[in-house]
Write a protein that binds this ligand. Structure first.
Ligand code: KG4
Ligand code: ZN
Length: 360
């Protein structure tokens, strides 16, 4: 089954054709991120205008070599998190195609779709098997699984018992992890998007002094009983520290910020895996592209002697693209009538309307 995916939730315009939810036949991503560097972050109106500009060329490129009759179904990001102006461009494009081509359309919640980057086959397999239990070796994730989905617009822990059978077991009470990277980067004078720039800056520090313990900043809620996160205090601590001492080495601060965010993400995810006794951990979202996140996961899994399989998609599939939108639609194939599909930026609201959750 060939599904055309369309993704326009924020500053990426993306289209992809994916076969049976796992094989990428085409994937095109046009990003307006460079444009937003000038403003130090995204101005929604600007992002929406760029979506309009990029949508048709992106679609035509992704459809090269295919005709509409090759496509079985259309999937589109209709649920957030997302910016309403950006989302509308994808949703209305998908609805128009559905009408003209006479194809069913599956509305997709962006937050949940990120998870499906773990189901897409890639040349460099993403599986990292814990050496303590080789029997767990596997190429595709199995359920039940705990998913850490971390991006600019969301930070959630999800317990997945199957496709379309999930429970949100933890979320951020304020800023998302990616948003924290972005805001801290701004404080340090590093370019948008902040995650990759902080990671690159931190790498310089690592090269200089790898033996130093990175404990400058608090790990908010790390020992808290719940599986929730809070990152706004960390951002404030970074602001205070940099105002108090303007001569601190920027790469050191960047390494400290990265370590604090990643430490909390890993600790809470492992806590969830133990609590629900699951053997599969899936990481998803733009922040999953962070190399240090994978390193800390691996080292804590080893030191705690946990028998879990860790899945991290390749960086290209972690950040926004349309392959995981199409993959989600294959594994959760619930088409809806055109007049029922609207852009819903709030992900919790969108989940209620589009997700068809079996556990509810
Ligand atoms: O999934 P995504 O492309 O868009 C949203 O759904 O939000 O994630 C974008 C976020 C940004 O906040 C960006 O700074 C962060 O992911 N990000 C990273 C890395 N690459 C992207 N954060 C940390 N390390 C990275 N390498
Ligand atoms: Zn995303």
């Amino acid at each position: 089954m060939k599904i055309l995916g369309i993704e326009t939730s924020c500053d990426e315009t993306a289209a992809a054709v994916v076969e049976d939810g796992t094989t990428i036949l085409s994937s095109v991503v046009a990003s307006s991120a460079d444009f937003h560097i000038k403003t130090g972050g995204i101005i929604p109106e600007n992002a929406a205008r760029k979506q309009v500009e990029y949508m048709i060329p992106t679609l035509l490129k992704a459809m090269q070599g295919f005709s509409p009759k090759d496509i079985d179904s259309i999937s589109v990001t209709a649920g957030g998190p997302g910016l309403i102006g950006s989302m509308l461009v994808g949703v209305e494009t998908a609805k128009t195609l559905s009408l003209v081509w006479q194809k069913p359309i599956v509305p997709v919640v962006h937050l949940l779709a990120h998870v499906y980057a773990n189901f897409i086959e890639t040349q460099n397999s993403t599986v990292k098997t814990n050496k303590h239990n080789s029997k767990l070796k596997t190429n595709t994730p199995h359920f039940p699984a705990v998913v850490l989905t971390v991006a600019g617009g969301h930070t959630e822990l999800i317990l997945m018992k199957g496709h379309g059978d999930f429970e949100i077991i933890g979320s951020t009470r304020d800023d998302a992890a990616g948003e924290t990277f972005d805001k801290c980067a701004r404080i340090l004078g590093l370019p948008y998007p902040g995650g990759p720039s902080i990671a690159a800056e931190a790498e310089k520090f690592k090269l200089q002094s790898s033996s130093l313990k990175l404990k400058m900043f608090p790990r908010p809620m790390i020992n808290d009983e719940t599986l929730d996160f809070s990152f706004s205090g960390l951002k404030t601590a970074v602001l205070r520290k940099t105002e108090e001492n303007k001569n601190l080495d920027r790469s050191w601060i960047a390494a400290e910020i990265q370590e604090a965010i990643v430490d909390v993400l890993v600790e809470k995810t492992l806590k969830a895996a133990k609590k629900f006794k699951v053997k599969n951990i899936l990481v998803a979202g733009g922040v999953a592209a962070n190399i240090r996140l994978g390193e800390i996961f691996k080292s804590k899994i080893e030191t705690q002697k946990l028998t879990v399989n860790l899945f991290v998609p390749p960086p290209k599939l972690c950040t926004d693209n349309a392959t995981f939108i199409a993959s989600y639609a294959f594994f959760n194939n619930h088409p809806m009538k055109l007049d029922k599909i609207v852009a819903i930026p709030d992900h919790m609201e969108a989940i209620k309307i589009y997700a068809n959750n079996k556990s509810k």
